[in-house]
Design a protein around this ligand. Structure first.
Ligand SMILES: [Zn+2]
Ligand SMILES: [Zn+2]
Length: 254
């Protein structure tokens, strides 16, 4: 299976895009870089799986639905935890910040433009040719990690998280998982802000990975904050040399 990293950072800066992973022509995890990442192909997107409601993960939902509204023949399906969807509905897509597209009908059909789909941690579901298994990450708001299964292979994306032994318990038991993509946001000396905001540093990821018992798995880091990008990549190179830092536009094949 192949996925594309449209955005790999924990915020936005020139030539640095925020979290967005393309699973297929129609389906994304998170919405940090849809418009620039896909250009006109963004019209093909039908499904977005949200990890959580922080701005760097949802921002392009607003611009995607705006740009594609006139041509859409199907609603845009937004999957997420109930708390994530409530945050989006109550604080962003509420007419105050952006239109409430879930109450606006498309021009080409009678469907509403956005369809919210509430998903539960621990309950898998099918989407296109994939099976998706969501579980709770360890973040400052309710947030999901996702395992994406295609055939007999899988990729686990933790989304934003601090240490979470559950990830490694799952990986140890399930040999179908061939790659883990996880959060390293700050350098280790910023451990106070990392703990308060529930993100990993190279040190906390290293500690957490002591729970990993497999050697046949590829580990990738992303979500580095642009203001400390060089510090974090250098620290990962020194302390976690077997981990690959993802860049915008990278592909992962397993
Ligand atoms: Zn984030
Ligand atoms: Zn977050």
């Amino acid at each position: 299976m192949e996925i594309k990293i449209l955005g790999s950072h924990g915020s936005i800066f020139k030539n640095m895009k925020s979290t967005c992973i393309q699973l297929s022509e129609k389906t994304l995890i998170d919405a940090g870089n849809i418009i620039e990442g896909l250009g006109k192909d963004c019209i093909k997107i039908d499904n977005i799986l949200l990890t959580h409601a922080h701005l760097d993960h949802i921002i392009d939902i607003a611009f995607l639905i705006d740009f594609t509204f006139k041509e859409r023949t199907k609603p845009l399906n937004i999957y997420g935890h109930k708390e994530t969807l409530d945050a989006l509905k109550n604080h962003i897509m509420n007419w105050d910040i952006w239109p409430e597209f879930s109450s606006i009908r498309l021009l080409k059909t009678s469907d509403y433009a956005i369809n919210y789909i509430d998903i539960k941690p621990g309950r898998s579901f099918n989407l296109e040719d994939m099976k998706i298994y969501p579980y709770e990450s360890n973040h400052s708001v309710k947030a999901l990690s996702y395992i994406i299964y295609r055939g007999d292979r899988a990729i686990l994306f933790t989304g934003d998280t601090y240490k979470n032994s559950k990830t490694w318990e799952i990986v140890n038991k399930d040999s179908r998982i061939k790659a883990v993509i996880t959060d390293v946001s700050f350098p280790s000396y910023m451990d106070d802000i990392a703990l308060a905001s529930k993100h990993n540093t190279p040190e906390t990821l290293k500690e957490d990975m002591e729970n990993l018992k497999r050697e046949d798995i590829k580990i990738y880091a992303m979500h580095i904050k642009p203001f400390c990008y060089n510090e974090v990549t250098q620290e990962i190179e020194e302390k976690l040399p077997h981990i690959t830092v993802l860049k915008d536009g990278d592909y992962i094949n397993v």
